[in-house]
Each structure stands twice: as C-alpha cells, then as structure tokens.
Design a protein around this ligand. Structure first.
Ligand SMILES: Cc1ncc(COP(=O)(O)O)c(C=O)c1O
Length: 394
C-alpha cells in the first residue's frame, strides 16, 4: 500500500531530529560521548525522589493519580511562583502554567502563534528542538546576527523593521548550543525594541541555575513582562524524566496556550507534578543546585584545559560561565560533519554544529561539545583523541 497518501500536506515539514539519530550511534559500548545534552545521571536526587514519592502518596492519596487541571497542579504552581520571584520574575501561582517539559510549551508556541510562511526571528545558531517544534507549523526563519555575547540588538531591530517580525525565540542564558549569555545592557536594549515594535519574545531558560562563575543576570521577562513568554524546566535541576516545564505568559495569551495543551495531553502527569511541588516547597533545590555545580564545574574546567592542550591553534571555542556546552569553531574549510564520521571510528562523538542553523550551508566548520555526561578523565581522553582526529583530518 502507498502509505504516503495518508500523510497530511504539512506532515512533510516534520523532520527526524538528527541529534536523536546521533544519540543512537553514541550509545554503542566504549563510545566517549560529548554529543548529547543530557544531565549527568549522578546528579539525580534518587533518595529524595524516593522519599517524596511516598510522601505524595500519603499526602494526596488517589488525588495524585487523578486527572487534574491543564494549567497545572496548584501546589507546584505555587512553589514555582516563589522560585521565579527569586529570579526577579513577578508571578503569582495563577500566572505559572505547567507543560510536559519546556518542549511542550515550544510546540504550543508553534500551534498558537505560527502561521504557514510567517517570518520568525531566531538566533544563529539556535536550539534545534525549538526548530523541530516550530517546523511543523511552516514558519520561515530570519536569523539574528550573533557574536560572543549572543544576539546583536541592532540587528534584531533591523530585521523586525524589514520583515515585520512578530515573534522572536531566544535562549539568552548559557545558550544551547553555544553556551553564550546575553549581557544585561543588551537585555535592556532588546526589552526596549520588543516593546517599541510590539513584538512577542519567547525566553527559553533551562540553564540559568547552572552558573559556575559570576552573578545571575536579570531575565528579559523581568524587563518587558507584557512582551515576553518565559519558559523554564525542572529537567536540568531535578531530572528530565519528570517531563515538567513551566511558563509565564501575558494572561491574554496564556488562555490560548492552555486550550492548545488540552488537545495534546489534557495535563502533565499529576504524580510527577506533586513530587516536584514537594521537592521545591521542601527546600531541596538550593542544595541540589550546589551539588550539580560541584559536579559540572570540574568537568567544564577539564574540557576547557584539554581544548587548550589538544586542539589546533586555529580553532576557537566559547568559555561560558555556566550551562552544559562548549561551542567550537574551526577554520574556514574545516568540515565538522566529515570529521564527526572519522571521530566516531575512534569512538568519540560530538554534534556537528550545522544542525543548529536554519540555512543549509551555515556552521559547517562548527561543533557542539557537551561536558555534563562524562567524568573529567574521560572528557580529557575524548578531547585528546578528537584533537588527533582533527589534525590527521584537516
Ligand atoms: C534550550 C532548550 N530548551 C528546551 C529544552 C527542552 O527541555 P525539556 O526537557 O524541559 O523539554 C532543552 C533541552 O535540552 C533546551 O536545551
């Protein structure tokens, strides 16, 4: 039978995630993976989760397993409002809504705000999962120019004027894939621009708690609350298996996002929301963030030192104050994807950077390296091998 005929016209926009394909390859035994974006399993607070699971069953009984409100479990919304207030985001429990991972919100954004052919502005490079979520709704991407400090506000203003952009998607802090962070002065400028042109900006913030140096920077949501939908997740500060993301949107838009979610999954798991609520309200988070930082900071130091030691001098890389990624740029003509295949033969994996760009010929010489999964010695070994592969290859 011709199964293609069953597919809707828009279905061809749904592309397989190349990174998921790469992750299948890297799960082979003996592979040193600098490829994934996974938190270290050593960071998961299993004993606390065990205790809180029993507590939730005692406290809520069958309610923890019943259908619940699309907006989210009230105790979790309450606890997240307190968490967000500490980040200078003014939100009540009523303002906070829960999604199935922040990925769930990104799909909702596509469904509610993106029309076929609409031009939306994204960083170049940007988070590939956002592109995958948005692609189903057929947007055209306009790339905002970036430098080592993230997007250049003046260029954002130019493209808003030129293309009548209404929607912007940014990961302003410890960005995936580059690790870059937008400094405060640029945040003020961007807040002014989106207010002046009445633009809606999605601020995707999974990494700001993973800060190894320096002070937290005010989120865009705090600077332009009426123009920003802020989304966060417990994936990097508790565990991704909970599938809990959250967002704060202007009330007029929140209504639509809730309706869109109703059609997808009615609500996020009541049980995991109840555990996350107890985890936040029980004060476990501060200790957990300290634990994660103590785990990741030496890994980041190890990868940066190893890059200095083993990578050719004509390669450059980001040196972020936090997050889980280092972005490497080779010289013009270096083919990071062809190199990836050679590296796999030597049992080291990374993600070629081109997958984080919207255009076909961009970022060919770039690579994303993750440092949260492997231990420091394995990272050093992986970078040494990769340095050798690059030398023999280029
Ligand atoms: C920038 C960014 N946004 C969203 C997500 C999705 O996170 P979640 O597990 O909450 O769906 C990720 C995951 O890696 C990410 O890097």
């Amino acid at each position: 039978m011709d199964y293609q005929k069953f597919l809707a016209g828009r279905t061809q926009n749904i592309k397989a995630s190349v990174i998921r394909e790469i992750l299948k390859v890297v799960s082979q035994p003996g592979m040193i993976s600098l490829a994934g974006g996974l938190p270290s399993p050593d960071s998961f607070p299993l004993e606390i989760i065990d205790e809180l699971s029993s507590l939730v069953i005692k406290k809520y009984g069958s309610k923890a397993f019943q259908y619940s409100a699309t907006e989210g479990f009230p105790a979790l919304r309450e606890a997240l409002a307190a968490y967000l207030n500490k980040k200078e985001i003014r939100a009540t429990a009523d303002d906070v809504c829960i999604t199935s991972g922040s990925q769930g919100l990104l799909d909702g954004i596509g469904k509610v705000f993106i029309s076929e052919g609409q031009k939306i502005a994204v960083e170049a490079p940007t988070y590939v999962g956002a592109l995958q979520a948005f692609n189903s709704y057929g947007p055209e991407y306009v790339c905002i120019k970036t430098d080592d400090n993230g997007v250049i506000p003046e260029h954002l203003e130019d493209i808003i004027k030129l293309f009548g952009i209404k929607l912007v998607y940014l990961v302003p802090t410890f960005q995936n894939p580059t690790g870059r962070t937008l400094p405060l002065d640029r945040r003020y400028k961007i807040a002014d621009i989106i207010q002046k042109y009445e633009v809606l900006l999605i601020e995707d913030d999974p990494y700001s708690d993973l800060r190894y140096r320096g002070k937290p920077i005010t989120p865009l949501k705090a600077l332009a609350p009426d123009n920003v939908i802020y989304t966060g997740t417990v994936s990097k500060i508790l565990a991704p298996g909970f599938r809990i993301g959250f967002y704060v949107a202007p009330p007029e838009l929140k209504t639509w996002l809730i309706r869109a979610k109703q059609g997808v999954d009615l609500h996020t798991s009541t049980f995991t929301q109840a555990i996350a609520a107890e985890y936040l309200a029980g004060g476990f988070l501060d200790k957990q963030i300290k634990k994660i930082i103590a785990l990741y900071q030496p890994k980041q130091e190890a990868i940066l030192e190893a890059l200095d030691q083993h990578f050719p001098k004509n390669f450059t890389w980001s040196k972020p104050d936090g997050g889980m990624f280092i972005w490497v740029e080779g010289p013009k003509g270096f083919d990071a994807e062809a190199c990836y295949h050679k590296a796999i033969e030597q049992k080291v994996a990374y993600v070629p950077g081109k997958y984080f760009f919207t255009g076909p010929d961009e970022g060919l010489e770039t690579m994303r390296l993750n440092f949260s999964m492997c231990d420091a010695d394995t990272i050093r070994k992986g970078i040494r091998i990769l340095g050798d592969v690059i030398r023999t290859f280029s």
